[in-house]
Design a protein around this ligand. Sequence first.
Ligand code: MRU
Length: 366
Amino acid sequence: MTSDSASPKTAVDRVPQAVRWIGEEDGHLEILDQTKLPLSREQVVCRDVPTVIEAIRMLRVRGAPAIGIAGGYGLVVAAREAVRAGMAPSAARSHILAQAEEIATARPTAVNLRWAVERSLGLLSSLPAETAAEQLAHVLLEEARAIHEEDRRLCAAIGRHGAAVLPEGGILTHCNTGALATGGDGTALATITTAWEQGRRFDIFADETRPLLQGGRLTAWELTERGIPVTVIVDSAAAHIMKSGRVSSVIVGADRITANGDAANKIGTYGLAVLAEAHGIPFFVAAPSSTFDLSLASGDDIPIEERDANEVKRPLGVQAAPETAAAANPAFDVTPARLIRGIVTEHGVISPVSRETVAEMLGSQP
Ligand code: MRU
């Protein structure tokens, strides 16, 4: 990966890449284990599909664009399995298709994962039936690299468009939407870092983001690595901080945005949008076009991932609730379009947010 030429000091220079393919088509996938951050930098070496799926499910790689990129490389890993097993062309293709479905369903909410897998499979289907497994691996690697490189460019564009609409004053963000979550400098976090690199100065508040602390462990770490000051707050402090006048805008990422502009994102995002409206603070979402799912009419149709109750009851291995208590752990919620001032995409900012303006920006039928 190269760094963004418009911005010589990108997160890519200082924050290790979330996902890397090492070598050529006979190489392997390397995933930075984000569950170990910020304490240690450890890589998961993926030479088989179960390892890729485990890394996605356990959030070793996470963030909608990054899991899409991992899914693209995951198909190359599947093709490598076929090569190692000496499969004939038709068996190799069937193996890749079966593994592709497993990868695409590893996490249900972020549409980027299925989007990337489908994109690579589309290419596969255009190749002759007699194409050997080695050649399938080669083609899939080229496509995964293209998805990865495109995302880097989309992040840079989102950063520029978002920086232009963020008002002066403090900014609050949620979860992690930076280099760790994408192939480039991020989405929502890129708008913040781009504004900072343009010389603007403001307070940045990062919600710690219970239960897995992506804000505290990852966003605060990324910003600190870049030399940008950040204040971590517990999620429940957001209302107080907004009321005190220290926040002029809220910007978050998204895992899936439907045709009407409703946006699924990390649990707690919807509450922030309600709070922002109550305090007259503009609420922005930043996401590439690969995060839009125009096949869904509204956010009511988005599948919400329910994760293990132990993530709530035993955060970081510390018993925080009686073992016998039940715990609900929805990983995402949906913010209705009416609460979103603008959606920052690589093409520009959708504002106001409606079925018509979403279709207009993405070049589709409303
Ligand atoms: O469960 P996670 O950590 O994968 O959730 C990530 C988020 O909700 C992000 O805000 C979203 O994927 C956008 S990342 C650019």
